[in-house]
Ligand binder design. Structure first.
Ligand code: GTP
Ligand code: SPV
Ligand code: MN
Length: 596
């Protein structure tokens, strides 16, 4: 192994002869001035060492190893518990390219601003070099990233969320085609928090945070914001979608991808366990958050999950809502911002079993069942390796990905949106995705509960102009011979009393079954102004206690007053992004108005 260029103390067994990597790391070290540089190799031994170090520094708490083998607990700064969209920037040379839905700053100005913040920021600290892959090793779709960070929590989380270590240098070879990610925690101050993307440089700089999507740079930053930009130029799609396989009792396998906004049910859907009534049906997980999709040689659209772990919402996870997740997070998991019980276990609202008489809440304060505040933060998360998932699809690591038969869009809507309908064709489906709305959740700071337009669940994650992104979807149609069918679902419609009109979770299998049958030419449908919907008589409600066909009619109702409002709200988005909006979508709007 060649000697490193830098004079700094270097630790860790990870090393590379790749000159571009070494020069770049050296330049960043010169800027940040860490006391030492630690080159991660991704080994088990390294995990042990770094975990022990994190425990010694109080970054992680070792949980009760009898109950939760290999599990650790982390509390983030209370000012740093979710993605911050107002601090997230797309830095293209022209603002036009970033579009009206992204914060923008010129690259030169942003490099100068963040360079000044990072200067000397790692004095007295260690800079960890984290090489990783987004995608299975050896896949032509896989991308290499290197994240430099002064956070051990980030190193240990990245190790779960991505394929980390030597494997990345192997894929990279002597190429300089890798994402350059720099993360400095600084003083974790919201006023000095920036997540800046430089799509033309395949680079990201994140400062002032130590939480989730802000700092695990392979995830939202590379796999979605930079990824969407690269995908547009290279003829593929980077989407905020889960990927799952549906296996019928006869062994037929159908893969679907689904885009729901943050905290709107992707992980739950991707790990769904069909109800007893669906004997012999199985759901296999490929991914729970991100899909990279590319047309294959056979003319179908193929998808890979670029991630290797799940960064999932904890509250509400139990053996009824998501038994697969319960098994997945039983070991080797880092829990962030849940509650800690006196016996070294974790707890959250909606967990199986009794409510603890006393525990420490996500801030570390004493909590009892009488406390007014929640014990676990609503956006508390688990980071768990996907290999723990008992229903991991056998093709989850396949370099070719899986062929997608259906794309499902869905939002969190208390009204207006029926449980399920199918687009008439691809371009109509693009319109349905482009006009998606959803109530905002705790996954991002601000606006909780308000309905906002979140096209294709990508509003916070698209690395370029939203109108150009719609254009890319339209262009992709020409590259795919057998286009996936497109659907819209809404698990969250409520009655006047505020009760959900659909039981959701495992029962979503009933909707998925109709979707799969539609894709495979087996189910009938009725034409409505919105699209195709199931005949009530065809839709399987058997074995669903207390669920009448009247209730199903209600959850499927198209209310014309609601749709008048809906169209006006959609117009607000279209006005905002008008200058790059493909005219095809304006025509689709006109057709919808005419049908209504
Ligand atoms: P991100 O990781 O933020 O991208 O979220 P996600 O889309 O993976 O959402 P997740 O599956 O974690 O679900 C978020 C919340 O929605 C959880 O609190 C669930 O309880 C709730 N949820 C998920 N599926 C359903 C459903 O079918 N019905 C109802 N009513 N709630 C659901
Ligand atoms: C999301 O917000 O969509 C997430 C969580 O998946 S985070 O990684 O924080 O972006
Ligand atoms: Mn997500």
């Amino acid at each position: 192994m060649a000697k490193l260029l830098m004079t700094k103390t270097t630790l860790g067994n990870g090393n590379t002869d790749n000159q571009s990597v070494r020069r770049w790391v050296e330049a960043q070290a010169k800027l940040c001035q860490p006391d030492q540089i630690y080159w991660c190799d991704g080994s088990e031994a390294e995990k042990e060492t770094l975990t022990a170090e994190a425990v010694a520094q109080g970054i992680l708490v070792k949980l009760n190893q009898e109950k939760l083998p290999g599990c650790y607990y982390h509390r983030s700064n209370p000012n740093d518990v979710a993605r911050v969209e107002q601090c997230t920037f797309i830095c293209t040379p022209m603002q036009e390219e970033a579009g009206p839905t992204n914060n923008w700053m010129a690259p030169k100005a942003m490099y100068a601003k963040l360079g000044a913040m990072c200067a000397g920021a790692m004095k007295g600290r260690t800079m960890y070099v984290v090489p990783y892959l987004m995608g299975p090793p050896g896949s032509p779709m896989t991308k290499v990233g290197i994240e430099l960070t002064d956070s051990l929590y980030v190193v240990l989380s990245m190790r779960i969320m991505a394929r980390m270590g030597e494997v990345a240098y192997k894929q990279l070879g002597d190429s300089d085609d890798f994402n350059r990610g720099l993360h400095c925690m600084l003083d974790v101050n919201p006023d000095r928090r920036f997540i800046a993307h430089f799509p033309h440089d395949n680079a990201v700089i994140s400062v002032g945070s130590n939480y989730g999507g802000n700092v695990l740079l392979g995830k939202k930053c590379l796999a979605l914001r930079i990824g969407s930009f690269l995908g547009r130029n290279e003829g593929w799609m980077a989407e905020h979608m889960l990927i799952l396989g549906v296996e019928s009792p006869a062994g037929e396998k159908t893969y679907v991808a689904a885009a729901f906004p943050s905290a709107c049910g992707k992980t739950n859907f991707a790990m769904m366990v069909p109800p007893a009534h669906f004997k012999g049906w199985k759901i296999w997980t490929v991914g729970d958050d991100i899909a990279w999709m590319k047309p294959g040689e056979d003319g179908r659209l193929y998808a890979i999950n670029p991630e290797a772990g799940y960064f999932g919402v904890v509250p509400g996870t139990n053996s009824k809502s998501n038994p697969t997740a319960v098994q997945t997070i039983a070991r080797d998991t880092i829990f962030t911002n849940v509650a800690l019980t006196p016996d070294g276990d974790v707890w959250w609202e909606g967990k199986d079993g009794p409510v603890p008489k006393e525990c420490l809440d996500w801030r570390g304060n004493k909590w009892t069942p009488d406390s007014k505040e929640k014990a676990a933060h609503p956006n508390s998360r688990f980071a768990a390796p996907m290999k723990n998932n008992p229903m991991l699809d056998p093709l989850a690591n396949d370099p070719n990905g899986v062929p997608i038969s259906a794309i499902i869009f869905g939002g969190r809507r208390a009204d207006t949106m029926p449980l399920v309908y199918q687009a008439f064709n691809w371009i109509h489906g693009v319109y349905i995705g482009a006009t998606m709305g959803s109530e905002m959740t705790a996954a991002a700071v601000g606006g909780l509960g308000q309905v906002r337009r979140d096209p294709m669940a990508m509003l916070p994650f698209c690395g370029y102009d939203m109108g150009d992104y719609f254009r890319h979807w339209i262009v992709m149609r020409k590259l795919i011979k057998f286009t996936p069918r497109i659907f819209h679902v809404n698990w969250f419609r409520k009655d006047e009393a505020g009760n959900f009109l659909w039981p959701g979770f495992g029962e979503n299998m009933r909707v998925l079954k109709w979707i799969v049958d539609r894709c495979n030419g087996r189910a009938n449908a009725v034409e409505t102004p919105l699209g195709w919907v199931p005949y009530a008589k065809d839709f399987d409600l058997s074995g669903l206690a207390d669920y009448s066909s009247e209730k199903f009619d209600r959850v499927q109702t198209i209310n014309y007053d609601d749709w008048r409002r809906e169209l006006l709200q959609q117009d607000e988005l279209f006005m905002r992004i008008y200058s790059h909006l493909p005219k095809e979508l304006i025509f689709q709007r006109e057709l919808l108005v005419a049908r209504l």
